[in-house]
Design a protein around this ligand. Structure first.
Ligand SMILES: Nc1nc2c(ncn2[C@@H]2O[C@H](COP(=O)(O)OP(=O)(O)OP(=O)(O)O)[C@@H](O)[C@H]2O)c(=O)[nH]1
Ligand SMILES: [Mg+2]
Length: 344
């Protein structure tokens, strides 16, 4: 049954895709089996994470980007994943935006998915990774992942992307706080959206300073060459690094979208040429295996070792009657004995 569904997905059947996405999202047996099979067909899509404060215009940008990518490369397909949307995909958007969303859905080479639930498959990041693997295997070339830039779990989500876009808006002076320093460091492209509002140039120069400070730090660590900084060093050998461009957009008027698309495609080319595309892919597979290994070892341990034994050993260590080391040794020995007994 599963393989019939997977075959339909391979043929581009949107209903099959939608059903497999739900199965994967709910962590059902069918879903997990599909994911195992489909993983072998992944590795082609460019995953693009879009993060930023609530209401900064991420959905509007994603919308415009999907349209632009499709116009430019009509043979390519675009998937959109809205992670943990604070509101439906169009957010607090006015009717005009919703009408445009409908336009998008008419295009059968664009597939929009909001992540409805969480927790079935580990964290938000694991779930997003699983859904993007399904899209990747289904032949989607670009996967746009929207998430509100709020904390570590969002950083984890965008970390799985090839290209991370951080969106900010011109502020009233306190915008310094609107983007967390940790979020800026993961940006491959910075966007100041709502450039129709006052203060846009201050925001751009603020962000430029932050980026240059970040680069100065990494140069001190020996990661980059000084020429990475300067646009006027085009005759120098090609820099190994990528300097995040800062772009101004007015998403709902489609302004700056072409430049943003150029930057996204240029970043993909940069990753491929520098070998980072391959390296990222290898690292994410390694991390995936490690994560699953730890999860399943831990769940095996939890099944075999009673909680009260664990608790009593913790208590002993807390009283300094034994060391934490010894507590672990006892627990592992117990686990080994139980495993031996159950295999007899
Ligand atoms: N002035 C102005 N408003 C914009 C621009 N782009 C989007 N908006 C509006 O900003 C509001 C929020 O846009 P969304 O795209 O929903 O923002 P979001 O970041 O996805 O919001 P959440 O997903 O709720 O965090 C909507 O009313 C948009 O129409 C812009 O360039 N200028
Ligand atoms: Mg949104």
């Amino acid at each position: 049954m599963t393989s019939a569904l997977i075959d339909s997905l391979r043929k581009g059947n949107r209903l099959a895709l939608s059903r497999i996405l739900s199965q994967v999202e709910n962590g059902t047996e069918t879903g997990m089996a599909a994911l195992e099979e489909l993983f072998l067909e992944t590795g082609n899509a460019q995953k693009i994470g879009i993060t930023g404060p609530p209401g900064s215009g991420k959905s509007t940008l994603v919308n415009a980007l999907a349209r632009e990518l499709r116009q430019r490369q009509p043979d390519k397909k675009v998937a959109i994943i809205a992670v943990d949307p604070s509101s439906p995909f169009t957010g607090g958007a006015v009717l005009g935006d919703r009408v445009r969303m409908l336009d998008l859905e008419v295009d059968k080479q664009i597939f929009i998915r909001s992540m409805a639930s969480r927790g079935a498959l580990g964290g938000l990041a694991e779930q997003t990774e699983a859904l993007s693997q399904v899209f990747d295997a289904a032949g989607y070339d670009f996967i746009l992942i929207e998430t509100v830039g709020a904390g570590q779990s969002e950083v984890d989500v965008v970390n799985l992307a090839h290209t991370t876009i951080v969106v900010d808006t011109p502020g009233t002076g306190d915008d310094i706080q609107s983007i967390k320093a940790g979020i800026l460091e993961i940006a491959d492209i910075l966007v100041v959206n709502k450039a129709d509002r006052p203060g846009v140039d201050q925001s751009v120069s603020y962000l430029r300073n932050m980026i240059e400070m970040g680069y100065a730090r990494s140069i001190n660590n020996g990661k980059h060459h000084l020429q990475d900084f300067h646009e006027d060093t085009v005759n120098e050998p090609a820099p190994a690094g990528w300097i995040p461009p800062i772009l101004k957009t007015i998403a709902y008027e489609y302004q700056g979208i072409k430049e943003l698309t150029d930057a996204i495609l240029a970043h993909a080319a940069h990753l491929r040429q520098s070998g980072q595309w391959h390296a990222k892919d290898q690292a994410s597979i390694r991390a995936n295996i490690r994560r699953q290994l730890i999860t399943s070892l831990l769940s095996d341990f939890n099944q075999k070792v009673p909680t009260n034994l664990l608790d009593s050993l913790i208590e002993k260590a807390q009283k300094r009657a034994i060391s934490p080391n010894e507590a672990v040794r006892v627990l592992l020995t117990y686990n080994r004995i139980i495993s031996l007994e159950s295999s007899e």
